[in-house]
Design a protein. Sequence first.
Length: 573
Amino acid sequence: MYKPVANKILVDVLVKSGLIDTDDAAGYVQSAKQEHKNLNSYLIRHGILTDREIVEALSKELNVPILDLKEKEIPQTVIDRVPVKFASFYKFMPVSIDDNVLTLAISSPLDVRMEDDIRVHLGLEPNEVLALRSDINEALKKYYGLASDTIDRILTKDPNKRKSDGNQETWVEDIEKKSEDPSVAKLVNQIILEAYQKRATDIHIEPYRDKMRLRYRIDGILMDANLPPEARHFLLPMVSRIKIMSNLSITEKRLPQDGSTVVRTKDQDLDLRISTMPALRGESMVIRILPTKSMRNRLEDLGLNEQNARKFRELIQASHGIIFVTGPTGSGKTTTLYACLHELNRDDQKIITIEDPIEYEMEGITQIQISPKLNFSFAEGLRSILRHDPDIIMVGEVRDLDTAEIAIRTALTGHLVFSTLHTNDAASGISRLIDMGVEPYLVASSVEAFVAQRLVRLICLHCKEEDTKVPDTVRKEMAHSLGISPEQVKVFQGHGCEVCNKTGYYGRTAIYEILQMDESIRAMLTAKPSTEHVKQTAMKHGMATLRQNGWQCVAAGITTVSEILYITSKDNF
């Protein structure tokens, strides 16, 4: 939207403030006009000035106060009074209504047409305050709902959409591509982009009676995305749109389907894994977001402390044997394996992986995708891999006896093998393999280590504060684990802020439990020992448990007591 009058005011202010030169101003205005942007948006988009610099200059020269929208609670009556089409079109946020005066937050000068529209269509007199452009955009999403302007424009363009659903079958590659045409494709792109910007790993689309629910999984926790109630009219076309993007059948709604696609943002490509499931009121859909550039390649980036990092490096430098990474689904096992492979990826090594699915592409490594539909399983893939002369092999997951035996025998023939198991801790890995039917002597002679891991949320650095309400029993357990007195225990928490979405957490890291198969543990296996016995023996030989590593993270101010109590179980030894 090009606004010549508003642009002229902004130019005068910025020149007078010394933020831009008079000679450059005309060029900026012309370029903004060519891009159909106002000058404010152009300057910020191209990194010439920051949002805050512009707002502070306007406030000083025009004598207009600045409002922090993050700290302002806006009444629902104000939101109901001002239609989303007004607020989103003119890029302002209504703040309050007092005696027929509408106070609204803006990031650039108002033009005359905007003021007149407010008076004519809303019957209110505008009163402006200044706010950061980014804060206005976030407030629009918070109070009106995600993509509310797009939904409103679709309904305005075609009122029949309120009563019926349609399909939109155009595939869009760039989800940040600006489009003025309201469509289901744009709505889907906005949802995916919003999820990525909020650091979500999954998008959950769930149908209910007269309602659609959208949730994001952020730092391992599901959080509701604020969608307008009208979004329920677009559930079917949204699901169809995503199916088309991922080459799934839009006519099949009775059976689960799995697919994938790649979309592009300004920063990087996003690999999307789509899964659909028939539910009572329609199809439920989950979209896994895998950013191609965010993979943690170094062991130090995984959260390993100095002692565990040293143990890990010793393990992966072995010439043969098998290393199992254990943990529940979503605990970061595959990321750990990729970090190991990245460290071992050299020109003199042949590395082959067999996965389901391939989560990240790695240059210099041969990656194989299994296909159950073609009867190409982990076991079949492993048999073929051995004919390709590998030095190092990664098996995505050991699920059955056939795969386990082939992987173990491969390790016994001079190969280094990495794989994963679903167990609660490292010691349970031994029981899991024996329960599958693997002979104890094979486990003893082939396995080098079991590495259990969990993901814990990191305390938000913007709202970090000391936690003084830790129960005495927890404080004593933590002190005993760390070898200090209870009075020396000092822990922290996040009280919640806008940066962390009021959760007190921002990001995640891993905690580990490394059980190395030494001679004492190998000798025990012939008697098929209990998990508790194995764990107790390993602890006597220096193994730090998940709980102990967790308390170390708490003491370092990385995570909270509640996270460790929730993620790990107490060591009863």
